[in-house]
Design a protein around this ligand. Structure first.
Ligand code: ADP
Ligand code: MG
Length: 736
């Protein structure tokens, strides 16, 4: 669906940069190494198609994720310099930034006092008088400045000299670096803003060939400029206001296309593979719900209904269950699994660590108390004979439920009829791993999938990363849970902290001591790779357990848990703590997820400043799980202002979702722990969370269009879906 080329601006810096419209059609392109009339596919040409882009510069561009001309067009300025006024030399004040137009009178190169740098000094003048212009350390410039040369200089008056930041020749120069509103694009190692600006002006002439992906009706209603105009204006705006409007237009388009790609993928997934029909709940499940030792919370009840709704539909469930630590997700997992069992199918629960899988097995035991439902635990620690037996019974269908780790997705594991799979802490698994479990459904059908996470994902991220999943959030904690008192303290409180913990232990409670993360930088000096840090962390934890055993907690049983221990020992450590035989569990961050010992009421975290906010919140969630008041003591050396603000957030904020928003705001989207695993796309223009309003609008518009036309592929919608796939087609999300 071709759209008419957008009009080319006839005046202003865009036109100046591009030449007159007529010249543009021939001239500018004739000079560019683009021989034929550019087609939209021109935008797919590599960066090297530009003048002055050799292998070295295009490698530098690749670092900025710029490989095609189209990429460059979407690489929008992050700020603009207002050089719209040309000033006279005599009117400048010291320290003032300005653009001046001068003639060169004389040139010389001289060393600085330290002799390492060289300075180019040019005597220049305009109507208002003479001045010395200087360039630092660019001696070669001197050769280009013959007396009589006319120059545009942008820079700053330093005392009596004009220090040049950028210069251009009046003859043959475009003025685009020194006059008007000058864009500054994000630059990188070996690639200056000036170079990118020059490139941007070359591809600017291709902007009018950009496909317009937004339906005309939508553009008219939201008063959005055309794609081509917006692209031209964002790179070379006539006024600053134009630039911001254009950026917003393009950010909206980007988010809109991403949402469209997610919606299309979801539609495709549903069309491709049917789910397994599980009907409605029967006696087994109803009975079981009635037998639970507690009342479901309101959020849990709502989730049960949503899951039921999913299971009754012909397409496979793809639901993301986000629940605060301790919000009771396991009951819901079990609910979905039992629905499969009662219809004669099988269910699997996959967890990222052995400890967690063990823990789930124990919970299942407990929650299924009076209902002998055979299930197996399958991890890499499962003895070979037991494993063989379990595999045989899974393949025959005799074994209905299996709980395990990555061991579940190995090729030898086959099911007779896997109808429900639950993935706990789903972001800890790779896309392929989740897909491998998904592929184990009965001939051609996809199992219903429930993806669980206790890492709260702020709305901004969940809409982008998981826009194609249904989401359920458990905000409410089971009744009777008290908020965990949280204290961030320094070394001076150490003796007091141990005394406090001993007092709780004497009351019969238990405690965790979590050792610091090994600082990756320090560790990597000796050896790269996470295996090494984990070893160091394990060693530190073992030493700390030893120390506490001998000193502070000499009167108590101290256990040790870290990721490097053999599975058997880990199990023993967990059992000892769960049964109350050990009073204090010294651990690395392996206890972050899933461990559930209601009698543990104090958690002490060492080196808290090294942990992410979400991680600290997870750790804190290990306590406050029972009837007793609980405390979280964070030993921290804040160091930076940022660390101080993050620690004060964890001290004051109890809601994990709000904490995640704070984390996002403080650290920026890319930095959040696990963001990469969440499959977040890299947006070129949109900035999250700042553009959240645009994102929610874009999502609403996509859903409205899909509902109106039945599909995003409707001819009325033009090239929308093509454009979406081109932009985000290879983005990886949850199992397709
Ligand atoms: P998480 O969401 O962190 O995985 P769990 O499913 O492990 O939480 O639940 C934490 C604890 O709360 C478990 O011991 C579980 O049995 C218990 N629990 C779950 N739902 C309720 C409820 N509605 N009322 C009381 N306790 C509950
Ligand atoms: Mg859990």
């Amino acid at each position: 669906m071709a759209t008419a080329p957008a009009p080319i601006p006839r005046s202003g810096p865009v036109a100046r940069a591009l030449g007159s419209p007529e010249a543009l059609a021939l001239g500018d392109l004739r000079r560019a190494p683009l021989r034929s009339r550019p087609q939209p596919s021109r935008l797919d040409a590599p960066i090297t198609a530009l003048r002055g882009a050799g292998p070295r510069l295009s490698a530098a561009a690749a670092e900025l994720h710029l490989s095609t001309l189209g990429d460059l067009l979407l690489h929008v300025p992050h700020r603009y310099l207002d050089r719209s006024e040309i000033r006279e030399l005599a009117g400048l004040r010291t320290g003032e930034q300005a653009t001046v137009e001068v003639e060169v009178r004389s040139v010389r190169v001289r060393p600085t006092r330290k002799r390492r740098l060289r300075i180019v000094e040019a005597g220049v003048a305009d109507r208002s008088g003479p001045m010395t212009a200087i360039w630092f350390n660019q001696a070669w410039i001197a050769d280009r400045l013959a007396p009589g040369t006319r120059l545009l200089l942008s820079g700053k008056l330093e005392r009596d000299r004009f220090r040049v930041a950028e210069y251009e020749f009046v003859e043959g120069g475009s003025g685009r670096h020194t006059t008007g509103i000058v864009p500054v694009h994000p630059a990188g190692e070996g690639l200056t803003p000036k170079r990118i600006r020059d490139w941007a002006s070359q591809v600017g002439s291709l902007a009018r060939h950009a496909i317009e992906p937004l339906p005309a009706e939508l553009r008219a209603r939201r008063r959005l400029a055309g794609a081509a105009d917006a692209l031209a204006a964002v790179h070379f705006p006539e006024q600053l206001g134009d630039a911001e409007r254009a950026r917003e237009r393009l950010a909206f388009e980007e988010l809109f296309l991403h949402q469209a790609a997610l919606a299309a993928r979801r539609q495709g997934r549903r069309a491709r593979r049917p789910g397994v029909d599980l009907g409605s709940p029967g006696e087994l499940v109803a009975d079981w719900l009635g037998s639970l030792p507690f009342e479901l919370t309101g959020d849990q009840r709502a989730a049960v209904e949503e899951i039921d709704g999913d299971l009754a539909r012909p397409e496979p469930m793809q639901r993301l269950l986000m629940g605060e630590v301790g919000s009771g997700k396991t009951v819901l997992a079990l609910f979905a699994m039992l629905r499969a069992v009662e219809s004669g199918y099988q269910a699997a629960l996959m967890a990222p660590t052995e400890t967690l899988a063990d823990q789930h097995a124990a919970t299942l035991d407990r929650l299924l108390a009076q209902r002998p439902l055979p299930f197996a635990l399958l991890t890499s620690a499962t003895p070979a004979a037991r494993r063989r037996e379990a595999l045989a019974r899974l393949a025959s269908g005799e074994l209905r439920v299996v709980v395990g780790t990555h061991a579940l997705i190995e090729p030898e594991v086959a099911f007779r009829g896997l109808a429900v799979c639950v993935v706990d802490e789903q972001h800890r698994f790779g896309v392929e791993q989740r897909a491998a479990l998904d592929a184990k459904g009965p001939d051609g059908a996809a199992p219903h999938a429930l993806h669980m996470t206790a890492t709260p994902i702020p709305r901004t991220l969940s809409l982008t990363a998981y826009g194609d999943l249904d989401a359920t959030v458990l905000h409410e904690l089971p009744a009777g849970r008290e908020p965990v008192d949280t204290w961030v303290v320094g070394e001076e409180k150490r003796a007091g902290a141990y005394e406090f913990i001993r007092a709780r232990l004497r009351e019969g409670r238990q405690a965790y001591v979590v050792c610091p993360l090994v600082e990756q930088r320090a560790a990597s000096e000796r050896s790269p790779g996470p295996a090494r840090w984990r070893k160091l962390e394990a060693k530190a934890a073992a030493e700390e357990a030893e120390r506490l055993r001998a000193t502070e907690f000499a009167d108590f049983e101290v256990g040790l848990l870290h990721g490097q221990m053999p599975a058997r020992e880990k199990q023993r450590a967990m059992k000892g703590f769960a049964s109350g035989a050990t009073h204090v569990l010294v651990a690395t961050s392996v206890i972050e997820v899933g461990i559930d010992v209601a009698n543990a009421t104090v958690i002490l975290v060492e080196g808290a400043e090294r942990y992410g906010l979400s991680q600290l919140h997870q750790l804190r969630g290990r306590v406050g799980r029972g009837e007793h008041a609980s405390q979280c003591i964070l030993f921290a050396d804040p160091g930076s202002e940022l660390a101080r603000r993050r620690l004060s957030a964890i001290e004051q904020e109890r809601d994990g979702f709000r904490l995640a928003e704070v984390d996002l705001a403080l650290r920026g989207e890319g930095e959040i722990l696990g963001t990469r695993q969440h499959g977040l796309p890299r947006f070129r223009i949109a900035e999250l969370p700042d553009d959240l309003a645009l994102l929610t609008d874009a999502r609403r518009e996509v859903i409205a269009l899909r509902d109106r036309y039945g599909s995003l592929e409707a001819p009325e919608l033009g090239p929308l879906l093509d454009a979406a796939r081109r932009r985000f087609g290879d983005e990886r999300v949850i199992p397709a």
